[in-house]
Design a binder for this molecule. Structure first.
Ligand code: GLN
Length: 268
């Protein structure tokens, strides 16, 4: 685990200028359903005045969830909209499984992934990350009466994770395949915890708070698995889009817009 942490810290330095923020529940499960918001037509992709196709997994409050009108809402859509506005582009949001995002970038099905995605060296071999816009912590959710109190107590236990997330990577590395159960979302993993099928859930802290709030008898341990940087990702080698998005994000950071968007959803 130390090695992972060091690698992540190294990546944090590469992903320039971390912005303080923290890295909330939707019981809506959606499969690769395309949704267009604030967008009339979807054709020209990264061209000026074209459409910025953003992929996300809207089960990750407050970064992205689906609201009552079936729109994807949250920190990431708001930041992506602000970036698209700066680039004179329309934003299209495509909701998919988290572990489909990187393949979708590679296959040109989306232009950018905005999904509370952690900057990670293995992922950085497959995609290019933008500057970081928030930090997240891998949190541990357990039943209120659990004997698990520290990261080390997870050993030999059955831990639920969301498939393909950093929580999945760390737990699989540290605990072994046999001790990890993968779910399509944190919501479903948390349900399995409530039903007593698993002993803990390892997931990002902000969604963890929302899942614990939405369910009775659960708590978040006062211990951090890892601290991570969130960034958006584009297809490996798409430096044209990367540079444009980074410039827009730098401006949004400098004028306080990014902080403002995060503060709209995370009240510390
Ligand atoms: N931050 C985690 C990761 O990148 C989880 C992201 C998510 O589930 N949307 O793997």
């Amino acid at each position: 685990m130390k090695k992972k942490l060091a690698a992540l810290l190294a990546m944090s330095l590469v992903a320039t200028g971390a912005l303080a923020g923290c890295g909330g529940n939707s019981d809506t499960q959606e499969d690769t359903t395309a949704q267009t918001q604030q967008n009339d037509a979807a054709d020209a992709n990264t061209a000026e005045g074209g459409t910025l196709r953003m992929g996300t997994n809207a089960t990750f409050p407050p970064y992205e969830t689906v609201d009552d009108s079936n729109n994807v809402v949250g920190i990431d859509p708001d930041i992506a909209q602000a970036v698209a506005d700066k680039l004179g582009m329309k934003l299209e949001i495509i909701n998919m499984e988290f572990d489909s995002l990187i393949p979708a970038l590679s296959a040109d099905q989306i232009d950018i992934a905005f999904a509370g995605m952690t900057v990670d060296p293995e992922r950085a071999e497959q995609v290019d990350f933008t500057i970081s816009y928030a930090t997240g912590i891998q949190a541990i959710i357990v039943p209120e009466d659990s004997t698990i109190a520290t990261v080390d107590d997870l050993k030999d236990k059955k831990v639920g994770v969301q498939t393909g997330t950093t929580g999945d990577m760390y737990c699989t590395d540290d605990l072994g395949e046999d001790h990890v159960q993968r779910f399509e979302s944190g919501v479903v993993a948390t349900q399995a915890l409530v039903n007593g099928q698993i002993d803990a859930v390892v997931i990002d802290n902000e969604p963890a708070k929302a899942y614990v709030e939405a369910n009775q008898g659960l708590k978040i341990l006062d211990t951090e698995y890892t601290v991570e940087d969130y960034a958006a990702a584009v297809k490996k080698g798409n430096t044209e889009l990367l540079d444009k998005v980074n410039k827009a994000m730098e401006e949004l950071k400098a004028d306080g817009t990014l902080d403002e968007i995060i503060a709209n959803y995370i009240h510390e």
